[in-house]
Design a protein around this ligand. Sequence first.
Ligand code: GLP
Length: 240
Amino acid sequence: MYLIFDDVQDVARYTARQLYRVMARRPRAVLGLATGGTMEPVYAELLALLAQQPLELSGLSTFNLDEYVGLSPCHSQSYAYYMDQHLFRHLPLAAGQARVPNGIAADLAAESSGYSGAIAAAGGLDLQLLGVGSNGHIGFNEPGTPFDAGTHVVELSEQTRHDNARFFDAGEVVPCRAITMGLRDILQARELLFVATGRSKAPIMEAIHGSAPSEQIPATAIKTHARSCIVLDAAAAERL
Ligand code: GLP
């Protein structure tokens, strides 16, 4: 299902309302969260909603999609830091309620399998929020990733490192590897909410729209899911 809104703010308001709905529906809600520029206005809207109508959050669990390998949670470009800045520090969450893969784990294979296991142990994801990379990656599942992969370590493509370099200071090196929830983890969520905004996402949205599910465009995996919703602004939808 596609939902197309006029602008970014309307997309953010709708998306935040969906997250709030899942959080309000059951005390032990499990959310899969995402990072990137697309999600910044979403989390701002969600915080505004929670300020207006607070929810009891002591049973909430969240799992983020991905993290760079080698960046500690204190590094300003780590996704743990991003989540802390944009959401977690503003909520009354206890340690362990909000998880981001540990990119500096000594044993990344154990961290990966433990992460998929922790999602399952929490009861599975009620809703997974997704952005998209310009090459069609979701999380950091780059083109060619099998749809049945669990959480794993990936080599980032040149395209992805180039796209994400805008967030790093000049002279800082974008990590070559990341740990990401796999497409299997993502597809096991009970609901998927895929969000893309801005003209730069129009070409990949056209490609996703026109393609059958294919490992060459990881985002097409969402077409195999019974409850997925694609939320776009007019700019990202301009080639559909
Ligand atoms: C990164 C993240 C993705 C995200 C993508 C798009 O590569 N790993 O999860 O969807 O960026 O980011 P943006 O919203 O900044 O375009």
